[in-house]
Design a binder for this molecule. Structure first.
Ligand code: CMX
Length: 436
């Protein structure tokens, strides 16, 4: 018996009438209005997507299925001796809205193990990339190459009922999630430690533990991996990676196409790549300081120089959040416990003291507070993952859990092909004239 899939099916059956009722009885009810600034400005804030998997409150931060991040980290079952929970348990929570028991997670761990075989041709695709390629490009191509494994495609060609779309999508999504950490670790070893070669997973370990093992990292890197994948998993549906995954899947492209596309969206410096930008930017300061910790005045000068040269301060600001990102706080607490004397952590902490005031004085950013990316590279650097190009691969593995959970539910609830309307600038000018 597949405990998670059965539970999910029951939840889907329970939920379907709610969506049907909203459409049938309230389809014409207006819930938002749209301004010119929103249309020109990246559709910021327009309520036009539905997801029950996570919700982002501007002041409180993210909740997964109603739970804050500290609650998720406290309540999900953990491996023996670990501080951070099983990532497999998070998948259960995102899909069903329920905290799994340890037994349920153990069952899922076995299921993940059975799904993680990677066909030889995927390694060949990765190996074919020159070693100076960006790891995000390699990851995207590796995921794309797996597309021929899609159960959804095979069943669709045979003629599948719409009511069953979610089931094949669940199979594809879970297969891909089980493989993602292996692909990530293989890319890391190929690019940065070719002398060590690929390490095959240890069957006794959970997903986070195995990722650390395949990366060649000792404890507590297993907890770093678990924390990292969990806090990056979802940030409701409008951000570039989540939205891209949803959009591509809305055409009934399978999860391999959709995940590869979401990885490409995450690879931009205004989104997931910001974590590598933070490290690159901090290294610039470190070089100027010859290893000394900068004073507040020196830090302020560096921040202003960056702003005055027309660049953004990476790791600060957010399209929705209006306070310090709880994902930043979770990582900060980890740093305080495990690496309080780390030099780069001190830089990050020193930045926290000066950047918000400067951004407020600068007067542009709506949110002067740090986001998840301000802290995450520092943790990786401390544990020897100093190749900052790789950080967004880690973000991608985590984000896949949220994006794929959403796509399964999109299919279960029969969400439509996405197709907003565009208009010309002339039409917009005419509409504005008519209103004034
Ligand atoms: N440093 C300097 N200027 C900033 C800024 C920052 N950290 N954050 C925002 N601004 C500027 C914007 O560039 C914009 O300037 P213009 O009017 O000249 O275009 C202005 O402030 C208003 O922007 P906003 O409404 O506050 O922010 P947006 O919703 O447009 O953008 C984000 C959000 C994250 C892209 C932006 O804050 C940014 O560029 N931050 C730095 C990059 C970063 O950390 N990205 C990671 C975000 C988290 C993630 O998705 O991974």
């Amino acid at each position: 018996m597949n405990n998670l899939k059965d539970k999910l099916y029951a939840k889907i059956q329970e939920h379907r009438p709610r969506t049907a009722k909203l459409l049938e009885e309230h389809g014409d009810t207006i819930i938002d209005h749209v301004t010119v600034a929103q249309v020109i400005g990246g559709m910021r804030g327009i309520k036009s997507l539905v997801t029950d998997i996570s919700y982002l409150d501007p002041l409180e931060g993210i909740r997964y299925r109603g739970f804050t991040l500290p609650e998720v980290l406290e309540k999900l079952p953990k491996p023996e001796g670990a501080d951070m929970p099983y990532v497999e348990g998070l998948y259960y929570l995102l899909l069903t809205g329920e905290m799994p028991t340890k037994e349920e997670v153990k069952y899922l761990m076995v299921d993940f193990k059975n799904r993680r075989f990677i066909p030889r041709y995927v390694w060949d695709v990765i190996d074919a990339f020159p070693s100076n390629s960006h790891p995000m490009a390699i990851l995207s191509a590796a995921v794309m190459s797996l597309e021929r494994e899609s159960h959804f495609n095979t069943s669709y060609k045979k003629g599948m009922s719409k009511m069953d779309y979610w089931s094949c999508t669940y199979e594809d999504a879970t297969n891909l999630l089980a493989k993602m950490p292996l692909i990530g670790a293989y890319i890391y070893n190929k690019l940065y430690h070719p002398e060590k070669g690929h390490r095959y997973p240890d069957p006794s370990l959970d997903l986070g533990g195995n990722f650390a093992y395949m990366m060649g990292k000792d404890k507590p890197y297993d907890d770093v991996a678990r924390m990292y994948f969990i806090i990056h998993a979802d940030h409701e549906s409008g951000n570039v990676s989540a939205h891209t995954g949803h959009l591509v899947a809305s055409s009934l492209s399978d999860v391999y196409y959709a995940t590869s596309a979401m990885i490409n969206g995450l690879a931009g410096p205004l989104h997931g790549l910001a974590n590598q930008e933070v490290l690159r930017w901090l290294q610039g300061l470190r070089e100027q300081m010859n290893g000394e910790i900068p004073s507040d005045e020196e830090m302020k000068k560096y921040v202003w120089e960056t702003l005055n040269s027309g660049q953004v301060i990476p790791g600060y600001g957010h399209a929705v959040l209006r306070k310090t990102d709880p994902r930043y706080t979770v990582q900060r607490e980890f740093c305080l416990k495990h690496m309080p004397d780390d030099e780069l952590f001190k830089y990050v902490d020193a930045l926290y003291k000066v950047v918000p005031d400067i951004l407020q004085e600068h007067g542009k950013a709506k949110n002067p507070w740090p986001n998840v990316d301000a802290q995450s590279g520092v943790v990786q650097w401390h544990y020897g993952v100093t190749q900052y190009d790789f950080y967004t691969v880690l973000f991608s593995i985590g984000r896949s859990f949220g994006v794929l959970s959403n796509i399964i539910w999109d299919r279960a609830l029969g969400y439509s092909l996405e197709r907003p309307k565009s208009i010309t600038t002339e039409m917009l000018e005419e509409m504005v004239k008519a209103k004034n």
